[in-house]
Design a protein around this ligand. Structure first.
Ligand code: HPA
Length: 276
């Protein structure tokens, strides 16, 4: 299923009717365990996904399912508290629908976060990773289907998906906070099964440092419509086959919980220093 431009504007118009002139500059997508950051927004206006035309419901554990508008660290933000994944049965048009809507509402920057498995053997679970680039081999592009030229070109460039300037900012902020911040390549896998050890060996040969089930569709759509992107990953576990033990959802959620303080400190510092 694909949406028309009018579907996106209908959704944006509904939200505008609830925003009283508020124009967000930064859109943030909060991954597993980070949702609580949306509770810290000042003067929040919250709109549940189910109330917004064409939005789906978020079914993944640890994803609340609402948009929160307001101020954080002096920036006007719109936060997606929860996101949609292809593995929930949603197609990429559904998964990425909110990105274009947030763009129509005025957002110029996308800060996208996630939990992922660590493919790089030299790093540790619990580390944060700045996404430097991504690899997407699984499934179609979210841009498949009729192009909507109001958003961007048929064949968008993908050379500079993750803003060098924003990465520099994140590096400086991590340094000031004394946080370890790795930098590497995120490989998209569709899930929901975790990868096999052979897939992880293949991922390493392909040049991946992290593997996860989100983020890349949203980034492709954000770049198509001209947003600058900052992507940060919490490496919640060593990827399959690295340690001699199975992967569990509990382990991932526990690690996301344990890492959330540093993760949110870094995000807040990036917002605070955005204009420096
Ligand atoms: N693989 C895919 N997605 C994930 C993982 C993983 O090991 N950990 C957290 N999200």
């Amino acid at each position: 299923m694909s949406f028309t431009y009018a579907d996106y504007t209908a959704s944006a118009d509904y939200l505008k009717s609830r925003l009283d002139g508020f124009v967000p500059r930064v859109a943030m997508v909060l991954g597993s365990g980070l949702g609580y950051l949306a509770e810290q927004v000042e003067n929040p206006i919250s709109v549940p996904f189910f109330a917004i035309p064409h939005f789906r419901r978020s079914t993944a554990p640890g994803h609340a399912g609402r948009l929160v508008f307001g101020t954080m660290e002096g920036q006007k933000v719109v936060i997606m508290q929860g996101r949609f994944h292809h593995y929930e049965g949603y197609d990429f048009a559904d998964v990425t629908f909110p990105i274009r809507v947030m763009r129509l509402l005025g957002a110029e920057l996308l800060v996208v976060t996630n939990a992922a498995g660590c493919v790089n053997r030299d790093w540790q679970a619990g580390n944060l990773m700045l996404i430097e680039d991504h690899i997407k081999l699984a499934l179609d592009s979210p841009l498949c289907g009729p192009n909507l030229p109001e958003f961007g070109p048929r064949f968008p460039d993908s050379s500079y998906n993750y803003s060098a300037q924003l990465r520099g900012l994140a590096r400086r902020c991590a340094g000031e906070l004394g946080l370890t911040l790795r930098e590497g390549v995120y490989l998209y896998m569709s899930g929901p099964q975790y990868e096999t050890p052979a897939e992880i060996r293949a991922a390493r040969i392909l040049g991946a440092d992290a593997v996860g089930m989100s983020t890349v569709p949203e980034v492709i759509i954000a770049r198509h419509c001209g947003m600058e992107v900052l992507g940060i990953t919490l490496l919640t576990n060593m990827a399959a086959g690295i340690l001699d033990q199975p992967l569990t959802e509990e382990e991932v959620l526990e690690a996301a919980e344990a890492g959330k303080e540093g993760f949110s400190a870094l995000l807040r510092a990036c917002l605070r220093n955005l204009d420096e």
